[in-house]
Write a protein that binds this ligand. Structure first.
Ligand SMILES: Nc1ncnc2c1ncn2[C@@H]1O[C@H](COP(=O)(O)OP(=O)(O)OP(=O)(O)O)[C@@H](O)[C@H]1O
Length: 252
């Protein structure tokens, strides 16, 4: 359900790279329970904003709040523990482990389970149950024994999402989840994100505007490091300034 409370917000974010201002005074909020997209033409600053929000970069200026706490100076692992988790970077997939073993590893990472040098069979069977339910949630049940390396591209990304979900994020951050995918995989991953978003907030950078139109409740458009528009896709995509920013640029 869509809630109007901001769960993640940025105020006056700026990022300077050796004199070049890549992000200028960006203020945005991501509301709880929404799928929120960051879009914009090439070089608009999407990746930089995403890296700032996920704490992979520290802003030159500005403040980032997550669930009421100031996280501006925290490290990615610290915000991940608070429930703000970025997929594809944090979630390492081990190519020669099976789908199921990848999930087992991921599930034993976040909790203090990993620090125990013995585990009761009770704990391990709980991990197995959780692994199976995550595998099922991302539609990989048929492939549970397959090494990750043998999965198709789209299924590999579904596995990455599953290993990220193992950290039980409140906000899931996806960096171009559809990049390099064919039509069928795009449909499958869109469906997966839609299902995930029923219980969590999702923020994604996405180039494919059809996906954004189909999936996202709210869209923030960046151009030349600044926010150009913010709102529902239908509204922002009809904005002449947004159309002009996209004109002559390749965005799909
Ligand atoms: N580490 C860096 N050092 C210097 N300049 C950078 C750095 N990272 C990004 N930039 C510059 O900041 C601007 C915004 O880049 P960014 O990658 O955030 O845009 P983007 O919207 O994600 O682009 P794309 O859609 O092409 O991925 C670009 O002009 C880029 O060259």
């Amino acid at each position: 359900m869509v809630n109007s409370q901001p769960i993640l917000s940025a105020t006056g974010l700026s990022m300077e790279f050796r004199g070049f201002l890549a992000v200028k005074d960006v203020t945005l909020s991501v509301n709880e329970g929404t799928v929120h997209a960051l879009i914009g033409p090439n070089g608009a600053g999407k990746t930089t904003v995403f890296n700032l929000l996920t704490k992979f970069l520290t802003p030159t200026r500005g403040r980032i709040m997550f669930r009421g706490a100031d996280i501006t100076r925290l490290k990615p692992a610290e915000v991940a523990r608070l429930g703000l988790v970025r997929s594809f970077q944090i979630s390492a997939v081990f190519p020669h482990l099976s789908v199921r073993d990848n999930l087992r590893v991921a599930l034993q990472r976040p909790s203090n389970l990993a620090t125990q040098f013995w585990r009761s069979s009770n704990v391990l069977s709980k991990v197995d149950d959780q692994a199976m339910s995550l595998i099922d949630a991302v539609g990989l049940s048929r492939y549970e024994h397959l090494p990750a390396v043998e999965l198709s591209y789209g299924r590999k990304r579904a596995l990455e999402i599953a290993t990220t979900l193992a950290l039980d994020p409140t906000v899931l951050l996806l960096d171009e989840p559809m990049a390099g995918m064919g039509h069928e995989d795009i449909g499958r991953i869109s469906e997966l994100i839609r299902r995930i978003a029923k219980q969590r907030t999702v923020l994604m950078v996405e180039h494919n505007l059809n996906v954004v139109a189909d999936l996202c409740d709210r869209v923030t458009v960046l151009a030349r490091g600044e926010i150009l528009a913010d709102g529902a896709y239908d509204v922002v995509s009809a904005d002449p300034r947004v159309r002009e920013a996209y004109m002559g640029t390749e965005h799909e």
